[in-house]
Design a protein around this ligand. Structure first.
Ligand code: CAA
Length: 259
């Protein structure tokens, strides 16, 4: 499908999504969010796709936030609608996707941009990336899940410091505090994400989805242990489980079909 603000391509079972509003530092306007919602849903229901790499166009910004110009004259109710719609259709939809999402952070990841990266299951940053939640400089707070996901990733003290000061951190600091998984040169950003997804592609697809679901239940405090038991038991009823165990016994590589 052709989008106005996204470039997307499926190659070797990986969906590559590039947010393509380089002149506005890839800021998330309504159209971009609607297109992201569409592509996330497409990824979820397309068996061929085993993982998603999300990045921004150019080398300056991953995403510099929600589009400030679009909400400049909003009042409370419109702010509430903006946040709710975003949470449901994009940010929670990524986190709850059955496919692993990796954010490849190629520059500024600010406000809604860092929130988008944090909604992904993993984050890789290039050396020059800068990350932060600067909403209080606008008289706002993060509205796309940032107060929750930053706290989950880096803990209460650091999250409150970063949100209330609005200070940005370098990629190296982000890695040290657990905000990103890896920091790599810009030229290696996509290949590092591919390296991770290429390993995941060899694993049992339904088990991978179950694992993501159980971990997300842990961070969101939604009956994590119960979710783990349910997902663990579901795995026993899959063909992939039978294939995995048979392959182990026969000392060969498993051939998973996601069934
Ligand atoms: N929304 C709309 N436009 C944006 C934008 C944003 N978040 N960020 C950058 N742009 C636009 C600029 O307005 C500018 O456009 P024009 O050329 O038409 O003036 C263009 O992108 C280039 O930006 P700058 O000239 O500002 O570039 P710079 O190199 O001087 O600065 C920057 C880069 C530090 C990232 C700076 O652009 C900046 O601070 N951007 C805003 C960051 C921000 O506050 N993000 C949070 C948004 S609020 C939010 O996300 C709420 C939420 O949680 C839901």
């Amino acid at each position: 499908m052709a989008y106005e603000n996204l470039i997307q391509e499926v190659k070797e079972n990986i969906l590559y999504v590039t947010i393509n509003r380089e002149k506005a530092l890839n800021a998330l306007n309504k159209t971009t969010l609607a297109e992201l919602a569409d592509v996330i849903s497409f990824a979820g229901k397309t068996d061929e796709i085993r993982g998603v790499i999300l990045t921004g166009a150019g080398e300056k910004a991953f995403v510099a936030g929600a589009d400030i110009k679009e909400f400049a004259d909003y009042a409370g109710k419109q702010g509430e609608d903006l946040a709710k719609r975003g949470h449901e259709s994009v940010f929670n939809a990524i986190e709850n996707s059955s496919k692993p999402f990796i954010a490849a952070i190629n520059g500024f990841a600010l406000g809604g941009g860092l929130e988008l990266a944090m909604a992904c299951h993993m984050r890789i940053a290039s050396h020059h990336a800068k990350l932060g939640l600067p909403e209080v400089t606008l008289g706002l707070i993060p509205g796309y899940g940032g107060t929750q996901r930053l706290t989950q990733l880096v803990g209460k003290g650091k999250a409150i410091e970063l949100i209330t000061t609005a200070n940005m951190v370098t990629a190296e600091v982000a890695e040290r505090i657990g905000l990103v998984n890896y920091v790599v040169p810009q030229a290696d950003l996509i290949s590092k994400a591919e390296e991770i997804l290429n390993v995941i592609k060899q694993r049992a697809p339904l088990a991978v989805s179950s694992a993501i679901k159980a971990v997300i239940a842990a961070v969101n405090n939604t009956n994590g242990y119960e979710t783990e038991i349910n997902e663990f038991s579901k795995c026993f009823d899959t063909q992939d489980f039978k294939e995995g165990v048979t392959a182990f016994i026969e000392k060969r590589k498993p051939l998973f079909k996601g069934e």
